[in-house]
Design a protein around this ligand. Structure first.
Ligand SMILES: O=P(O)(O)OC[C@H]1O[C@H](O[C@H]2O[C@H](CO)[C@@H](O)[C@H](O)[C@H]2O)[C@H](O)[C@@H](O)[C@@H]1O
Ligand SMILES: O=c1ccn([C@@H]2O[C@H](COP(=O)(O)OP(=O)(O)O)[C@@H](O)[C@H]2O)c(=O)[nH]1
Length: 470
């Protein structure tokens, strides 16, 4: 497994001691259980800059750290990955920036990951590269180690060719990905966007889900390096979430959370990295209008919004924090009473057990992303409600909308539509909500993260249908 992040981050404790903390985000949530069951190694960055660490074990996973220095952090991680690719791939919600120095460093760091992987992979091994930070690794790795079988999974959306074409290095990125035998995406639309760009910007021929390099000069067909693109929607460890949801301590904690909120009739919940893709401002606007209209009343309703810190030095993230905190302050100023609050805003990151307690404490989960690869929070909320209580309000622009079709689907750009969606969820007949939650939970039981990785790895191991392709 090769990913920008290892499952743990190196952080400093209060007394300056060095500690390991679980890394943020859904990629780690999904990959960690898969790797705990495997005897492979995980190559990735350990979250701190300027130190080289030897390989080590953590929670039964063999970890191989790849170092990043301050310059890599600024140019490769905050720059090209999170200020060029991230906004470009998420519908240009904010304008992507294109800087040649960032691109140069992205190439350099991708090479470092490819070298580290080439060094540790056994002969003929399967290597699975994760996400947009490492799109050049498949090709670099194939050049170094033609014996490997290489898969790639893109956790975020892949944009339409019209948007992707803005990228000055679009051809190099596509060729980098095409080094993989199989490129997986969250949604069918992402896979077809990728194949359309392959057709438009490389010399490959696209046949169905295959991107085939040109024939050799002697006219013989080129069977090496044929790449296939498919949708493989990621999921969660459904059984683990359900098990934690039955843990008496966690159930007690959920009750305590509701009590501390003043036992309102309806608890709404949002849990997001503080990211402009998550639609936090749109959500707060809709909620604020429902309070102003008198459709929801403080004391009877409370919104708990967890906004976990993310990419804090990137300007757009710092701006978003200011905007969200201004909105929360103003909402609370206007609608709070002495005893009750409109929004309980928490700029923190919580461990899994507390996350499950929060899901259990909530009646309605609000996932209103403007664009999101999958959104595992939506799936975790449904899986945690093993009694089929509660309801999920879900943006149609999150990958999870393809699977959680029994949720209340909303377009977060349509504030009136979102307000009606929230009210529909709040007032839904319990028989109907319970039927919908049951169907979604059944889906998640069958389609968990183990099935995701099995299906992907099985597809990756299949031989090429050479006769039909060349
Ligand atoms: O590593 P960070 O920069 O701190 O960001 C955290 C992760 O965010 C993104 O998560 C995505 O993967 C999830 C699982 O597939 C998916 O549900 C979500 O929609 C995506 O946004 C990012 O893709 C990861 O690489 C980051 O580690
Ligand atoms: O305080 C927090 C906030 C989030 N998460 C986890 O982080 C993941 C977020 O994944 P998602 O796909 O929803 O979004 P991403 O952050 O990857 O864009 C989920 O597993 C959450 O349970 C967590 O452990 N603590």
């Amino acid at each position: 497994m090769v990913a920008n992040r290892l499952p743990v981050d190196r952080v400093e404790g209060e007394d300056g001691e060095l500690l390991w903390r679980r890394s943020p985000g859904g990629l780690v949530t999904a990959i960690a259980p898969v790797m705990q069951e495997s005897d492979g190694a995980w190559v990735g960055w350990h979250g701190a800059t300027g130190e080289e660490l030897p390989p080590f074990e953590n929670e039964n996973i063999h970890l191989i750290p790849v170092p990043l220095d301050d310059e890599d952090f600024e140019l490769y991680y905050e720059g090209f990955s999170n200020s060029t690719l991230w906004p470009l791939y998420h519908d240009v919600i904010v304008p992507p920036e294109f800087h040649r120095t960032w691109w140069d460093n992205y190439k350099k760091v991708n090479k470092r990951f490819a070298d580290a992987t080439a060094k540790v992979a056994n002969k003929g091994a399967t290597v699975w590269v994760q996400d947009y930070q490492l799109q050049l690794v498949p090709k670099l790795l194939r050049e170094l180690r033609p014996d490997l079988r290489i898969g790639f999974f893109n956790h975020i959306p892949f944009p339409s060719p019209e948007i992707f074409s803005q990228l000055p290095w679009r051809r190099q990125i596509l060729e980098g990905l095409a080094g993989a035998d199989l490129v997986g995406f969250q949604r069918t639309a992402d896979a077809s966007n990728f194949l359309r760009s392959m057709r438009r910007y490389t010399d490959r021929t696209v046949k169905g889900s295959w991107a085939i390099p040109p024939a050799h000069l002697d006219g013989s067909a080129s069977t090496r390096n044929i790449c296939r693109a498919e949708a493989h929607p990621i999921s969660i460890d459904t059984a683990q979430v359900a098990e934690l949801a039955h843990d008496p301590e966690i159930i007690a904690r959920a009750k305590q959370i509701r009590k501390e909120l003043g036992n309102p009739k309806t608890v709404l919940l949002g849990v997001d990295r503080l990211d402009y893709t998550k639609g936090l401002r749109h959500r707060l606007k809709a909620y604020g209008e429902l309070l102003a209209d008198g459709e929801l009343v403080v004391g009877q309703t409370c919104l708990v919004q967890v906004a976990s810190p993310s990419r804090e030095n990137v300007e757009r993230y710092a701006q978003l924090r200011d905007q969200v905190e201004l909105m929360v302050g103003s909402l609370n100023g206007e609608h709070d009473t002495m005893g009750h609050t409109a929004v309980r805003y928490l700029h923190h990151s919580y461990p899994l057990r507390e996350m499950i307690a929060l899901y259990l404490a909530a009646d309605i989960m609000l996932v209103t992303a403007l664009r999101d690869g999958m959104n595992l929070v939506a799936k975790e909320f449904v899986a945690a409600h093993t009694d089929n209580s509660g309801m999920l309000v879900l943006s149609e622009f999150a990958g999870a909308a393809d699977q959680l079709t029994q949720s209340v689907l909303v377009n977060p750009h349509d504030i009136d539509g979102m307000k009606s969606g929230i009210l529909r969820a709040v007032h839904m007949d319990p028989l109907e909500s319970s039927r919908r939650m049951r169907r979604m939970r059944r889906h998640l039981k069958e389609h968990d993260v183990a099935r995701w990785s099995d299906t992907f790895l099985t597809a990756l191991s299949q031989p090429l249908p050479v006769d039909t392709l060349v």
